[in-house]
Design a protein around this ligand. Structure first.
Ligand code: MN
Length: 284
């Protein structure tokens, strides 16, 4: 199942948010499904409420699909498919070119995190917060964790995955800490939809592509990841607890290039989809 979050039409000023199932170039509006979610009370349990309740939601969604209103996919504004991840965790140097360049394996770099406030959907676009600085695109398979776990063994790792989406890990170049360079608002783009794990039995064999203004800049396959999806979950959960809705970005393929005000990115991962993301300077 391909699940998206979206606003209808021109979203400026619109507060109407929807949940849909993507079928080809159509979205089936199943927003009513979220009525089954339990009312929230402070303090909240860690984790995204939608993913925590995914099994029950899928049952509700399946019932709604038969009569769901349809809207064209290209008529909506896509939001981040994961609304409230507890954290966005990032793998480092996870393709052979980076190992060769640095002489280090991915675990030698450890991990880093991106601020939750950096997460947007494709329709929002990326705002270059400090336009005089170099910002590059990193196009990554994003793992969405489905259930709470820590010290997860490799053999169990895929059972902790709810699904996958595309992650753009936008990055400023510089000597500052990664938290500074990678966490400006809008620097984590998730989309176009969340694809449940049952549709992607092998996440370690997916084509990844990114175009800027129609020119192919990144062209990779996840089978070349140094740490595969299972190993990333094992490594990540060796030091922390993963919660439903947590996002693990699996590392950037070779070929990150600078982006500028007015550029149009198109990111694609096999079996997930394609998303268009515009770049503009931050206007305050
Ligand atoms: Mn990255």
């Amino acid at each position: 199942m391909k699940i998206c979050r979206y606003k209808i039409g021109n979203a400026k000023g619109s507060t109407s948010q929807h949940v849909g199932v993507v079928e080809g170039d159509q979205i089936l509006d199943v927003s009513k499904a979220i009525e089954i979610l339990p009312a929230m009370r402070w303090p909240l349990e860690p984790g995204d409420q939608f993913i925590t309740n995914l099994d029950a939601l899928r049952t509700a969604i399946t019932v709604l699909l038969a009569t769901a209103p349809r809207v064209p996919l290209d008529s909506v504004e896509l939001l981040s498919p994961i609304a409230n991840p507890n954290k966005v965790i990032c793998g480092v140097a996870n393709y052979p070119e980076h190992v060769k360049a640095t002489g280090k394996q991915p675990n030698d770099h450890g991990l880093f995190f991106k601020a939750m406030s950096s997460v947007v959907g494709p329709a929002h676009g990326v705002e270059l917060r400090l336009p005089d600085r170099i910002t590059v695109h990193e196009t990554e398979l994003a793992i969405v964790i489905g259930k709470t776990g820590t010290r997860i063994a490799r053999k169990d790792a895929l059972s902790y995955v709810a699904g996958y989406t595309i992650g753009l890990d936008m990055t400023m170049r510089g000597d500052e800490a990664y938290s500074f360079l990678k966490s400006p608002d809008t620097y984590t783009v998730l989309g176009p939809c969340f694809v449940t794990a049952d549709e992607i039995p092998d996440p370690n064999a997916l084509d990844i592509k990114l175009w800027v203004n129609g020119e192919l800049r990144q062209n990779e396959n996840t089978r070349r990841m140094v740490f595969d999806v299972q190993r990333l979950i094992e490594f990540t959960s060796s030091i922390l607890t993963l919660y439903p809705g947590d996002v693990i970005l699996t590392g950037n393929p070779f070929g990150a290039t600078r982006v500028f005000d007015g550029d149009k990115m198109k990111a694609s991962i096999e079996a997930i989809g394609t998303m268009d993301v515009a770049i503009r300077n931050y206007a305050g």
